[in-house]
Design a protein around this ligand. Structure first.
Ligand code: MLT
Length: 411
């Protein structure tokens, strides 16, 4: 009999969002016609920016003529897109990042998992708690952890608690860790990292030869001009960080699929004989072998994000969701609940009322208000007693959801 990857058997329950979808479906089946409002998964609802749609329509037309038809593209992405990304997302902010260091992909979720392909098995890995579950589950699948305990913590991982006391910023560990996942603006807490905080992480990583995986999927939601959008705004980050970016949350590409990962040429890790070797050629090789690139049509859509019209339309989209987040914050704070995030991020992180467990609050909210959120404990043991509410929905749905919460939980 063929042998399966037994590390998958260590995974806890289902992946968080399918598990929520399963529970919501069960509720909907039991309550036909219930008007359920979904503020759970961070999936966008508003239409794609016009500039992106027009660019994709034009690209589809090009595919209809032999002269302009495109077959396989470069696995790393088309140069015209990589150059715009390098210039407008990085060089314009003073980051020393070149086009060849950008690898266009179909998603940051995939890339944050796939990146493990180019690292060895014996790294000490640190994740925040709560954390985007993909970072943990992909390490479990790759056999980098032991079993999970009852709270869902896997042995072999170093957990860095994000708490109200530390302002939901990742504490620097006292021990040496080799790979560190940081996500700012943070999913799920909506917290942000200052330049000083990231500088402390970069200094830590450089002193110990560690690599930071910096997930900046939500950088477009930063409104505070003092906050860094990229880890490469921090001195020394080229030598210790890989950054993940996405068009999902800024331009609404969750269903269209386009993202990119930045691997600086100066980034090195250790070979078995103790030498230092560049990681860029490994990621380039990995992508060339296992990936055929993002479709031409979609890359043209992503390119349009960088046009003046695209920039203005993306800004409007971000402002729309941030206004939703403000509404959520204000309404929940008015209920007397402790509310975090939602200012430079599309997620609002709430302390559950009456010390309810995260899943009990999920069930209560679904049952009484027909509103879906995400239980904090689904993001890790330290998320227990918290709840995430996503600002990704229409204004009407957000207003209606908040009105229902006020009715159910108001005095
Ligand atoms: C979330 O709700 O956390 C997001 O949908 C995660 C993702 O983008 O995969």
């Amino acid at each position: 009999m063929a042998i399966l990857n037994h590390h998958y058997l260590k995974l806890k329950a289902g992946y968080l969002f399918p598990e929520i979808a399963r529970r919501v479906k069960a509720f909907a089946d039991a309550h036909p016609g219930a008007d359920i409002i979904r503020l759970g998964i961070g999936d966008v609802t508003e239409p794609l920016p016009l500039a992106c749609r027009q660019a994709m329509i034009k690209a589809v037309e090009e595919m209809g003529s032999r002269d302009t038809f495109k077959g396989y593209g470069p696995e790393q992405g088309y140069a015209w897109l990589r150059e715009k990304i390098a210039q407008q997302d990085f060089q314009s902010r003073g980051c020393d990042i070149g086009a060849e260091e950008i690898f266009v992909s179909d998603g940051s979720k995939c890339d944050t998992g796939n990146i493990l392909d180019i690292f060895g098995k014996d790294n000490v890995i640190a994740v925040t708690d709560p954390v985007y579950p993909v970072y943990v589950d992909t390490n479990v699948m790759a056999g980098h952890t032991g079993e999970a305990n009852e709270g869902g913590e896997y042995s072999g991982l170093v957990y860095l608690p994000l708490t109200a006391e530390n302002n939901f910023t990742a504490p620097i560990p006292s021990q040496k860790v080799d790979l560190i996942y940081l996500c700012f603006p943070n999913n799920p807490t909506g917290a942000t990292a200052t330049k000083e905080h990231l500088q402390a992480w970069v200094d830590y990583a450089r002193a110990r030869g560690s690599i930071i995986f910096f997930d900046a999927a939500y950088e477009a939601f930063i409104t505070d001009p003092s906050l860094p959008h990229s880890i490469y705004e921090i001195d020394g980050a080229r030598d210790c960080a890989i950054e993940f970016r996405s068009f999902s949350k800024n331009a609404g590409f969750t269903g269209t699929r386009c993202a990119f990962t930045v691997v600086p040429r100066t980034l090195k890790a250790q070979t078995p004989d103790g030498a230092a070797a560049e990681l860029w050629p490994l990621w380039n090789r990995r992508q060339s072998t296992k990936f055929n690139g993002v479709s031409y049509v979609v890359q043209r859509g992503a390119e349009a994000v960088y046009s003046p019209e695209g920039q203005a339309q993306v800004k409007d989209l971000i402002q729309f969701y941030l206004e939703n987040a403000r509404l959520i914050r204000d309404e929940l704070a008015a209920l007397g609940w402790a509310v975090y995030g939602g200012v430079n991020a599309p997620y609002v992180w709430v302390k559950t009322p009456q010390n309810l467990s995260s899943w009990d609050f999920f069930d209560l909210l679904l049952d009484k208000a027909k509103v879906v959120g995400t239980p904090g404990s689904g993001f890790g043991a330290a998320g227990e007693g918290y709840f995430r509410i996503s600002a990704f929905n229409s204004r009407e749905k957000v207003q209606e959801a908040m009105a229902r919460l006020t009715q159910v939980f108001g005095a």
